[in-house]
Design a protein around this ligand. Structure first.
Ligand SMILES: [Zn+2]
Length: 186
């Protein structure tokens, strides 16, 4: 229940907590009741109907607000101890700090806090990109809110690269992070 713009009550089965409304939610769930959907090494025993019912436990309005929905595959034998590849945590942290500084400099707040007017000003898309977004949104059943959040994620991907304009690959990558929206259509 919202009490003021900055705080809300979180009711759990045994307690109630007053929390700030500005927070970052990181959550995990199995892809299906048995947990093996999409796993190449093990067979999922769930029917499409069971999977849909399971995933429908997350309401559309809540799903809309989860910007990065990514399916992680389990590590298989040997992979756990393989040498790490890609950027280190320290390098990634530096890249994120740089992108946040660029956002504060450009608009005074981070991309996730942009309202509609600032979104239109700072997450500018070409007519071709708007068409791409609209087509994908129709296909995936994305709400207006989800489309705006895709634009903010695309803006963030451009910031992480240190470029001024959102490009098609940024937009396509941002759409690729709406995995649960996509699955919930089938
Ligand atoms: Zn399953």
């Amino acid at each position: 229940m919202l009490t003021a713009p900055s705080e809300f009550y979180l009711a759990l089965p045994t307690s109630i907590h007053l929390k700030p409304t500005t927070f970052q939610l990181i959550a995990a769930m199995n892809p299906c009741p048995c947990g093996y959907q999409g796993d190449v090494a093990k067979n999922c025993r769930c029917s499409p109907d069971q999977i849909r019912r399971y995933q429908d436990k997350i309401s559309g309005p809540l799903l809309d607000r989860i910007d990065l929905q990514v399916q992680l595959m389990p590590l298989h034998r040997g992979e756990l101890y393989d040498a790490a590849t890609g950027a280190s945590s320290a390098e990634t942290r530096g890249q994120v700090e740089l992108a946040r500084r660029c956002q504060y400099k450009r608009q005074g707040l981070v991309n996730s806090q942009l309202d509609k007017a600032l979104l239109e000003e700072h997450c500018l898309l070409t007519s071709g990109q708007l068409e791409l977004l609209e087509n994908a949104a129709n296909k995936l059943g994305l709400s207006a809110r989800a489309q705006h959040r895709v634009m903010k994620v695309a803006r963030t991907l451009a910031d992480l690269e240190g470029v001024k304009r959102i490009s098609n690959p940024h937009l396509i990558e941002a759409l690729g992070y709406r995995g649960l929206d996509c699955q919930s259509r089938y």
